[in-house]
Design a protein around this ligand. Structure first.
Ligand code: DGJ
Length: 725
């Protein structure tokens, strides 16, 4: 069959209405949001080329007519979904060994459709491609969210060949971009210092950010990025920025390759590292979703687009009210009984808090969870510690008018547990090799159906018994020594991918069974802070580091991608348990208000003045919650650039704002700070609720708000501004 006609042929057979690949005039596919466009076109021989991701173009002309300075025009360099094969020399999005051993793939246009979904803000374009020589099809899905200025994309790969094919690389997207320079901003870190902000100017060659830790993937890198175009410096408010985030909780890889023509090709998706996936005849493979946005208002604009999209679409229950809470962890760790907990509940109720969360240590009988050595997998209440059961603690909280939450680490198993005694083969291990424990625990093999069923049943039963309102879903180790007893040798390399799909299946089952329960994910802090988890759980514990000054950095970095409403943030004791640093209570509270607010400390140890202060703070937080969590977020002053941090939230109608400023360690001869605000209405006047002073919105934004000099270390100031009618 004539190769160039084959796509058209396939199109006719599929019954789709399309103009066909061999049309004389190249077709243009213009995927639009209110403020951006992704433009592709179909060449006369059926290649789909990518031309533009940037400001909105209403009527894009075919490739040769597009004058965008970000045009990429180097033959197959700008394929909409690059493959290994043809004339492509770059790292491809898709690399396949076909059933007959052929390693080439050359995709050609078959058809495309665009339709508006039931939610008219959302439009979906599906581009169908097929290989010129093999029975392999790829569908590229682009979903455009008009108001949020976000376009998400994924690929579906279908094997219609007679035998199995092997997918070596299966990225979610490849995005070619052309600009004069590319400044990459991304998040790096470690346990207890997640989401630090790194900037690097991309030079020729490749730079990648990735995870190979299999499950706890975001302590060291996050699958998200920003690229500032045409400028060598990062700017919160001005300039063009492309940002992206991958909704995937397993190994990921984002590769940034600048070629000899200064074209940047961004590959984003599941990490191909040791992950060949065998696709049987007739099977298909769906890649994770990649989320993109374009902003002409600097990094801050890109973040706000992602925040809006997350709250409206990306995050399960993205507008859920987050109850103020007391968590038992840093206040009691593993050492508690029913009396300790009921006293904690009494204290929390007295402080006006809305939920009590019982963290680690409540389960395991034969192998009690009195430290991190035992008990994971045995999700029955420890009868010695809590003889009247979890339901007693839950009812006690409920009687006090509070919600009740509980901790699980369902993906793990302790070698000292009934579960391990019953099913030693359920953990990920390599027969004959030594098992590698981390925090004295092993990882359950979620690729196996019986393991998934056990977890769903065990967690559901404990949730039902406890009548819980909230679950903290923790996960505290990386995964290595990969092998599953449930997979044959041809499929062993799929274990990481199948594990994550298994995890999502469990989360889907549990969250559907308990639609009114609030779920918070956690992975030793921010070890799994991604939109994959947030599809099921609206919030995540940012970090095990609760030190307020360190949290300024962690939360500031996290806000590059994720909204305030997703960031678990608590006030803890001083000296801080992770850093040994002491910060004022007001500072700890102001910083925790930059996330979902709570406490984890022993309230009985606090002096009366601090308890009074906490009562007052809790009333303030409850009153300001909608604004703090769901307002438009502006970063004002970066802790990565100096000794202070500032950020603000503005209500949608721009009538109200909360501004937070935190100084670092005391400095001699400190001068007052002039802090220009953002997002207010220049025409309005605003009253500072505490001082009663009135400022013009124009003055606050062009001149700034004066932050008084502070005496001492780590002093915070907060302003609540309300428009004067
Ligand atoms: C790690 C979490 O990040 C902590 O908040 C706490 O829940 C512990 N696990 C409990 O083991």
């Amino acid at each position: 069959m004539n190769k160039t006609l084959k796509p058209l042929f396939a199109c006719l057979f599929s019954g789709l209405i399309c103009t066909g690949a061999a049309a004389a005039e190249p077709q243009v596919i213009n995927i639009k949001t209110d403020g951006s466009s992704m433009v592709m076109s179909v060449t006369s021989d059926g290649e789909v080329l990518f031309h533009h991701f940037g400001g909105r173009i209403d009527d894009a002309t075919p490739v040769t007519g597009i004058k965008s300075y970000r045009r990429t025009d180097h033959g197959t360099d700008n394929l909409a979904y690059s493959t290994m094969g043809g004339r492509n020399f770059r790292e491809p999005a898709l690399r396949v060994t076909h059933a007959d051993g052929d390693m080439n793939t050359e995709l050609r246009y078959v058809s495309h459709t665009t339709r508006t979904l039931a939610d008219t803000n959302v439009t979906r374009t599906v581009i169908k491609l097929t290989d010129t020589n093999q029975a392999l099809d790829v569908e590229l899905f682009y979903t455009a969210y008009a108001e949020e200025n976000v376009i998400t994309t994924h690929a579906v790969i279908r094997n219609r060949e007679k035998g199995s094919i092997v997918l070596h690389s299966f990225y979610s997207s490849s995005l070619p971009v052309k600009a004069r320079s590319y400044l990459l901003t991304h998040l790096y870190g470690a346990w207890a210092r997640e989401s630090q902000v790194d900037h690097t100017l991309l030079t020729h060659g490749s730079k990648s950010i990735e995870s190979r830790k299999q499950v706890r993937t975001t302590h060291t890198e996050n699958p998200a990025f920003m690229i500032t175009l045409d400028s060598e410096s990062f700017d919160e408010n001005y300039g063009e920025v492309i940002a992206g985030a991958l909704a995937w909780s397993g190994n990921f890889r984002l590769n940034f390759e600048v070629d000899e023509f200064n074209v940047l090709n961004i590959l984003a998706g599941a990490n191909p590292y040791a992950s060949d996936y065998t696709l049987g005849a007739g099977e298909s493979f769906t890649t994770p979703e990649m989320i993109y946005t374009y902003s002409s208002e600097g990094a801050g604009g890109a973040s706000r687009h992602l925040h809006d999209w997350a709250r409206n679409y990306g995050v399960w229950h993205g507008h859920t009210y987050a109850p103020t809470l007391l968590n038992s962890w840093e206040g009691a760790y593993f050492t508690f009984d029913a009396k300790t907990l009921t006293e904690m509940i009494d204290d929390a109720a007295d402080m006006g808090l809305e939920m009590f969360v019982l963290d680690d240590g409540w389960f395991g009988n034969k192998y009690p969870r009195n430290d991190s050595n035992a008990g994971l997998g045995d999700w029955q209440v420890n009868a010695k510690k809590l003889p009247e059961g979890i339901d007693y603690i839950a009812s006690y909280a409920h009687q006090k008018g509070m919600k009740f939450g509980i901790w699980f680490e369902p993906e793990m198993i302790s070698p000292d547990s009934d579960l391990y005694r019953a099913h030693p083969d359920w953990c990920i291990h390599i027969p004959g090799r030594m098992q590698v424990e981390s925090r004295h625990q092993l990882v359950l093999d979620l690729s196996r159906k019986e393991v998934r069923e056990y977890i769903i049943d065990a967690v559901s039963a404990a949730m039902e018994r406890g009548n819980v309102d909230y679950v903290k879903w923790d996960m505290n180790r990386n995964m290595n020594m990969l092998h599953s007893d449930g997979l044959d040798s041809a499929h062993q390399k799929e274990l990481n991918h199948r594990y994550i799909l298994g995890l999502y299946e469990i989360l889907e089952a549990v969250t559907s069974r308990f639609p009114d329960v609030l779920f918070e994910s956690c992975a030793g802090g921010g070890g799994r802070f991604d939109f994959g988890m947030m599809h099921y759980m609206p919030q995540a514990w940012c970090s095990d580091d609760t030190d307020a000054f360190m949290r300024c950095r962690i939360q500031y970095g996290t806000s590059m991608v994720f909204p305030v409403s997703t960031m678990g943030a608590h006030v803890s004791a001083v000296p801080n348990h992770q850093m040994g640093r002491s910060t004022p209570l007001a500072t700890r509270a102001a910083v925790a208000m930059g996330g979902t607010y709570g406490y984890e400390l022993d309230l009985t140890r606090l002096p009366k003045e601090e308890l009074d202060e906490i009562r007052r703070l809790n009333e303030k937080v409850k009153a300001l919650q909608p604004l703090l969590l769901y307002g438009e977020f502006y970063r004002l002053c970066s802790p990565f650039e100096g000794n202070k941090t500032a950020f603000m939230s503005v209500s949608e109608d721009r009538r109200e704002a909360v501004v937070t400023h935190v100084y670092g360690p005391a400095e001699p001869n400190r001068q007052p700070v002039l802090l220009p605000l953002r997002g207010l209405d220049a025409e309005k006047e605003y009253r500072d609720v505490e001082s009663g002073r009135v400022y013009g919105g124009d003055e606050l934004m062009t001149h700034g708000l004066t932050i008084p000099r502070a005496w001492g270390d780590y002093m915070a100031t907060q302003f609540h501004l309300v428009a004067v009618d």
